[in-house]
Write a protein that binds this ligand. Structure first.
Ligand code: G3H
Length: 269
């Protein structure tokens, strides 16, 4: 494959097979400009507070406080450049109440953006809700505590402990299922060029985070994505290093090479 991203010119020869074609599609959608991603879990939900998984509960007061703080963060850090000028920016949530409620205080302002040849109107942080970003569905165990699952379905509990990545809840999903449904999201993330905030869920953000920092899919289900934290991912041309620059805000640099390795390593079998 020969690429000239500056001229949007690609020559593809003899790319046969499933993985090769996915890689071609991925590379053709890559942007060479830098565009940061911000990942945040929803604020604390009523089910988080009760230790229950899944469901579609709303936020607790703690969760609402985080939503307010997140809106302030967006205003200071995401929708403005270093000189304080408004920039186009995107906001994605899942379709679940707790992520939409976490986005509720984020302002949507109309701005005029000057392109190379023209200018156009842009609504900053207009929310887009994706089913792909919904939490891993626990099927028959949805709404239960981990203790209840262990007591009610001891064999399922054991199977999950043995292979958390491949384990699929009865009538629910596995981490491998989530990886498969996130593939279009990764392509979309690469296709755009504006800063993007994703308000999501632990399992889903584990996969996106693992993908960008080059962790293997075996490690992904165990990564820590804490509540009340924004993770900033900043692409660089070559480097891949990690820095923490604000309390509760983790920042990472990654390279296109890391992305390429990651797309291959995260493919479900
Ligand atoms: O609600 C479920 C969690 O977000 C997923 O966590 O895969 O570690 O059980 P887990």
């Amino acid at each position: 494959m020969k690429c000239d991203h500056s001229k949007k010119h690609f020559v593809v020869h003899n790319a046969k097979g499933h993985i090769q074609q996915k890689v071609v599609n991925f590379i053709m959608n890559l942007r060479t400009t830098s565009h940061p991603f911000y990942l945040s879990r929803h604020g604390q939900s009523e089910y988080n507070d009760l230790g229950r998984i899944g469901g579609d509960s709303g936020l607790t007061n703690h969760g609402v406080n985080y939503a307010r703080k997140l809106a302030e963060f967006v205003d200071k850090k995401i929708v403005k450049d270093e000189k304080g000028a408004d920039v186009p920016a995107r906001l994605w949530t899942s379709t679940m109440r707790r992520t939409k409620e976490t986005a509720q205080f984020i302002q949507q302002n109309k701005i005029i953006v000057k392109g190379d040849a023209d200018q156009y109107e842009w609504v900053q942080m207009r929310p887009k809700a994706w089913h792909h970003l919904d939490e891993l569905y626990a099927g028959a165990c949805d709404g239960m505590t981990y203790e209840e699952i262990e007591e009610t379905y001891p064999e399922e509990w054991e199977r999950r402990n043995v292979d958390k990545l491949a384990y699929r809840y009865p009538r629910g999903e596995s981490y491998l299922d989530v990886i498969a449904r996130l593939e279009p999201i990764i392509i979309e993330m690469e296709r755009h060029q504006e800063p993007l905030l994703i308000i999501g869920h632990q399992a889903v953000l584990r996969i996106i985070y693992a993908f960008y920092i080059g962790k293997s899919r075996a490690e992904a289900p165990y990564l820590s994505i804490p509540l009340n934290t924004v993770i900033e991912l900043v692409p660089g041309p070559v480097t891949c290093k990690e820095q923490v620059n604000l309390p509760l805000i983790a920042s990472l640099l990654f390279s296109n090479f890391t992305l390429f390795v990651a797309i291959c390593s995260l493919q479900p079998c």
